[in-house]
Design a protein around this ligand. Sequence first.
Ligand SMILES: Cc1ncc(COP(=O)(O)O)c(C=O)c1O
Length: 439
Amino acid sequence: MKALIKTDPQIYKLIKEEEKRLQDTLEMIPSNNFQSKAVLEALGSIYNYKYSEGYPFKRYYQGQKYADSVEILAIKRAEKLFGVPYVNVQPYSGSPANSAIYFALLEPKDKIMGLSLAFGGHLTHGSPVSFSGKYFTIVSYKLDKQGIIDYDQVEKLALKEKPKIIVCGATAYPRIIDFKRFGQIADKCGAYLLADISHIAGLVVAGVHPSPVSYVHIVMTTTHKTLRGPRGAMVMVTEKGFKKDPELGEKINKAVFPGLQGGPHDNQTAAIAVALKEASSLAFKKYGQQIVKNSKALAGELIKSGFNLISGGSDNHLILIDLTDKKANGAVAALALEVAGIIVNKNAVPNDPMPPFYPSGIRLGTPAITTRGMKEKEMKKIAEWINEAINQVKGEKLPSDKEKRREFWRAFKIKIVKNKKLLEIAKEVKAFCLKFPLF
Ligand SMILES: Cc1ncc(COP(=O)(O)O)c(C=O)c1O
């Protein structure tokens, strides 16, 4: 980073500080992951300069000899890895990819059916605060009392509402998704079925989560979560998708460009190609398997310590904890854990009585710590620290009055960073992390 130090020492310093923060802490937000140096090199490559509006061999700018090859390589690798006949690798990220799918297939006010945000769905699956809820008519399904998708309820709702698209996939769901059942439901009501596998793509590739490809028409995934690529996304059409609608690929291409985007980020495409090559290795398969082993081990330890895990455990890479029984709050716990060097996010739990900024739960996962080489033995230690840290904030009750809550939060933020036990844990975490270098 010689040029950067010289040109912009402030940004250089912030990059180095972030690197150190990551080295010294446990990154357990399930959507975060650490990419390989090879992926980062491709991302920071010369391709950042390029405009390539259009698609390979059909561009609006000259000078595409090599950029075309990069995009074709990314597409071919994705087709092979996921077993699909069509891929668009140009969406800038997951939200633009979902919007492209909707714009390809729907008219304003058409009906989308997705998992409610409050129950683990993503904003783009129909939340009223996102474009998806503002421009389309939304029907949301929920989870049952155990925190599992209620497939019978989904079927009933789908047959009653006749949505044009059903979205299966989630952002905070710890269990296997039954894509086959979703496929049967979509077929019964004539809907397109979109599997948003942003969170679990790496697990699908590793064979530790069933693939949706045989059952759905379209698959969307971000590339930066368990798939361990750069920030970005891909839209794939399956054989089943083409049977339903032979124009599906063309419609998606047109919706991505020129519908919603301009030039693709060729540097991002190059980095996606690298990540896809890595993901087709045996080492990646083992990585995916280890993510799940770690998540199950961590879930088991947390349950032993009396935590209430939504759905009672984890089949994938993430764990959702309702802290109500522990007399703790998600926002309070997430901050306490951060002081202890454990990075998670506060999260709503199903039927959460608390507002989204102070939800009752936390969400945590194992993709990034597994990338660092941690295994089941380390999960036991991490569960102990989580338990000890949350014990420090038991009984920290958020006032229901808004103004009093703001006051409480201000005072809590000052107090918690001085908590001796949490600072002790942070020291232990830092020493522990030394054994697992980031690169
Ligand atoms: C299931 C799901 N879909 C879509 C997205 C959107 O991706 P991005 O944040 O890249 O726009 C996310 C991101 O969290 C997600 O979890």
